[in-house]
Design a protein. Structure first.
Length: 378
């Protein structure tokens, strides 16, 4: 190789090296990621704060111990994965202005992160949330409706299933009055007081990210119409009900009586349309369901007449005695009904069977008589 060729090669190599360095310097801020320790070197200091255009003060200090104990910290999630708007080359002095990010209030900032950060890893949950009542409220202009961080937190996010009561306690932040009713109910008392995971939590009925409210666009999302099917999920589970000494015939006996039969027929004829016939929550309550032997229960014998009078204002004292509950009648429970049913179970097949025998005997005799007549004429 000649001296000229070597010179050209060296110049070309140098140009490539300089181009490579320039390219590396032009890469996004993530290329110079200092790691979480680098972020916490500043943000771990107490008292860090910033003022938003609205005048609200936000605190920028992050407790390293709290974050490291969170689900993201345990997974090794980098700070910049949730804060992609931070220009690490210019940070903190050259950050994009709040107004350029469309941020005026603390709520604006939370919503920005919700839209741009959570969705990057949690696409399925984000998509479900778009169908939920919270997102519908936001779309209608309610800025206070819950977003991810309202329920899960920010740097302190932990498993929402641990403890089992945590999910319902999240809902308490906005729905405190309903939570108080639920806490005193048979379901809430078992979940919140005993940690019993067999009973329904808020999300068991309302769903998780695609949360539905009391009224919806379809029969499936209208709680009044769908409550029998909703309650059926647990109360028709034979093994689960046996564990607590309860009958698993609740749904079957309901659809077999006047109320349930009418509701079922009406639903087939006019799906999604309200009916004035009683469903589960009309008698038992919604969030305040009590044990059937609780003095506050709406279906205990002493209170049942008042419950019936909601729909039957003229009901007298003996009106509720016509209902035998969700148990199938037997010799111990509703013996009169049981033996009357038994009598008809025997009588009706016996009468029909005897009629069939008589008809068969008569038909045989007629056939025999016709044969004799034909033989005599022959």
């Amino acid at each position: 190789m000649s001296l000229k060729q070597r010179a050209i090669l060296m110049i070309a190599s140098g140009a490539l090296l300089l181009a490579g360095l320039a390219w590396a310097g032009a890469q996004p801020a993530h290329a110079q990621d200092p790691g979480n320790d680098g972020c916490l070197a500043c943000h771990g200091q107490p008292g860090m704060q910033a003022t938003l255009p609205s005048g609200e003060v936000i605190y920028l200090t992050v407790d390293a111990g709290v974050y490291n104990a969170s689900v993201h910290g345990q997974a090794g999630q980098a700070c910049i994965e949730c804060h992609p708007d931070v220009d690490l080359q210019a940070h903190p002095k050259g950050d994009t202005a709040w107004s350029d990010l469309g941020v005026r209030t603390h709520r604006d900032l939370s919503s920005l992160l919700y839209r741009d950060a959570c969705v990057e890893c949690h696409q399925d949950q984000y998509a479900d949330n778009l169908d939920g009542v919270h997102q519908q409220a936001i779309a209608a202009g309610d800025e206070a409706a819950a977003i991810c961080t309202d329920c899960h937190g920010t740097h302190n996010i932990t498993d929402p299933r641990q403890p089992l009561s945590k999910g319902s306690q999240m809902c308490e932040r906005c729905h405190s009055e309903i939570y108080e009713l639920y806490k005193e109910s048979v379901h809430g008392g078992a979940l919140l007081g005993e940690g019993n995971g067999d009973v329904p939590s808020c999300t068991a009925c309302h769903s998780v990210h695609d949360t539905q409210g009391p009224l919806g666009d379809t029969a499936d999302s209208n709680f009044h119409l769908s409550s029998p099917e909703l309650c059926r999920k647990c109360h028709s589970d034979t093994a689960l009900m046996a564990k607590y000494g309860l009958t698993a015939d609740v749904y079957d006996t309901y659809v077999a009586d006047f109320h349930g039969t009418t509701v079922a027929v009406f639903e087939k004829q006019a799906p999604g349309q309200e009916t004035n016939k009683a469903v589960c929550i009309d008698c038992h309550g919604v969030h305040d369901m009590r044990k059937v032997d609780d003095p506050e229960s709406a279906v205990i014998k002493e209170n049942l007449l008042v419950t019936c009078q909601k729909c039957h204002p003229g009901a007298s004292a003996n009106f509720p005695t016509s209902w035998i509950g969700h148990y199938r009648p037997d010799a111990k429970r509703a013996p009169l009904v049981f033996f009357v049913n038994l009598f008809y179970w025997i009588l009706i097949p016996a009468v029909l069977g005897l009629m069939i025998v008589l008809v068969a005997i008569d038909a045989r005799k007629r056939i025999a008589d016709r044969g004799k007549k034909e033989h005599q004429h022959a």
